[in-house]
Design a binder for this molecule. Sequence first.
Ligand code: SIN
Length: 283
Amino acid sequence: MAVLRSTIDVVPTGAPLGAEVRGVDLRSIDDAAFATIYQAWLDHAVLLFRGQQLGDADLIAFSRRFGSLDQAPIQENGRRFVDGYPEIYVVSNVVENGVAIGSLGAGEAVWHTDMSYLPDPPKASALYALEVPASGGDTSFCTMYGAFDALPKELSATALKLRVKHDGTYNSGGYVRAGVTPSDDPRTAPGTFHPLVCVHPETGRRHLYLGRRRNAWLEGLPLDQSNALLDRIWEAATTDALTWRHQWRAGDLVLWDNRCVMHRRDAFDPGARRVMHRTQIKG
Ligand code: SIN
């Protein structure tokens, strides 16, 4: 059922997270429209805006309404992207003159939280589709509120006492990050500990904070115990019942709450072009 707020329609996806926001051109929103969008984002954790026509400056201006922007991380091959817009990170499989214009290629990107290997990860990510393949490359989102709520009682009681190390070695496409020596020992690999269960600073709701499965480690536990517990938690946290899958069209902007949502991407035909521009917003 659509909820009418000012002239903007917020239409929930029907999944446990996500809503489409209709009736808005993100190049020209006033404060009242922004307040509606911000509240919808807190309520639904992922928002979809279809049919947008955003240049990089528009994407940056809209993103800045939520907070200050991170500089884009360095691409797998050591490049930064998009002259004049250091905030824009390119997610793409396209290779021009022998050089990849973006990150992550055409393979699967596994479930993850953006940049959670840092002490202060972005609160939000905005991903704008410029070119998309006819099929494949869908992005799925998973509610970490729902993941916490769905844990068996004894598991959530254990989770509340633990911190997990978020690995900084590999990105979600399995590529080693620029400047990092590959390691598969999570105890010594670069990364940051975060509580396994966090309280969302704006909604006050508890959520799991998992980051990435690869090279994760529960602080203080022997590796085999840590892996067994993490496997149980990840299995419970990423069931289809907790997710929403988005099939992209060019002109879609998707904005997610990176604190309480994980995402993953399906593989697609490497011969097709997929070009997405992303910003990341700080708390
Ligand atoms: C990402 O993991 O940030 C990119 C997701 C996508 O390419 O759809």
